[in-house]
Design a protein. Structure first.
Lengths: 116, 110
């Protein structure tokens, strides 16, 4: 597709349940990012891939959060044993990662996760 | 996590008015970007700035990269109802990771 595609758009999970969020980046984009956006806040960085390599995971809040991009295209963000504080919109973004254009990230619509 | 200081938090203006919002940081950034987010959508890139002092326009939008590399502003001229949304500044330092402000919520009264 033309843009970044995320699924599902909405996810309700019971506390303690595991969830998996999917991101399809723009075709040809080398870099892929995951951000977490709490209500009323700006997005906060979680992790970053260049192709299949996870270059930065400093923003992952705990070891319950895990991201992968095994073939350098589609990425999955997994959250184990979800807790109420995990409720947020999870945004995926991709960029060309070529010089100055690397920072021009294009975002998907996000997955709104609600943990009950 | 780290966030930029963005102001004002919200603005209520009449259609046709000009708008100005800004963003400051305690750290130097190499790139500043401005995004707009509408309800239920992801942020959409409006303007990207790459050099200190750079002034860039995109239609009715104008943004500048501050000389100190620690600030940026966004101006919207002759606002229209479809300008409604939340505007975020974002900065990038030595990597492609973006640090965002908390947003400026713009309401335009017709």
């Amino acid at each position: 597709g033309a843009g970044v595609s995320q699924s599902p758009r909405y996810k309700v999970a019971k506390r303690g349940q595991d969830v998996a969020l999917r991101c399809d980046p723009i075709s040809g984009h080398v870099s892929l990012f995951w951000y977490q956006q709490a209500l009323g806040q700006g997005p906060e960085f979680l992790t970053y891939f260049q192709n299949e390599a996870q270059l930065d995971k400093s923003g992952l809040p705990s070891d319950r959060f895990f991201a992968e991009r095994p073939e350098g295209s589609v990425s999955t963000l997994k959250i184990q044993r979800t807790q109420q504080e995990d409720s947020a919109v999870y945004l995926c973004a991709s960029s060309l990662s070529q010089g100055r254009w690397g920072t021009e990230a294009f975002f998907g619509q996000g997955t709104r996760l609600t943990v009950v | 996590g780290q966030q930029l200081n963005q102001s004002p938090q919200s603005m209520f203006i009449q259609e046709g008015e000009d708008v100005s919002m800004n963003c400051t940081s305690s750290s130097i950034f190499n790139t500043w970007l401005w995004y707009k987010q509408e309800p239920g959508e992801g942020p959409v890139l409006l303007i990207a700035l790459y050099k200190a002092g750079e002034l860039t326009s995109n239609g009715r939008l104008t943004a500048q990269f501050g000389i100190t590399r620690k600030d940026s502003f966004l101006n919207i001229s002759a606002s229209i109802p479809s300008d409604v949304g939340i505007y975020f500044c974002a900065g990038a330092g030595g990597s492609e990771k973006l640090v965002f402000g908390k947003g400026t919520k713009l309401t335009v009264n017709p």
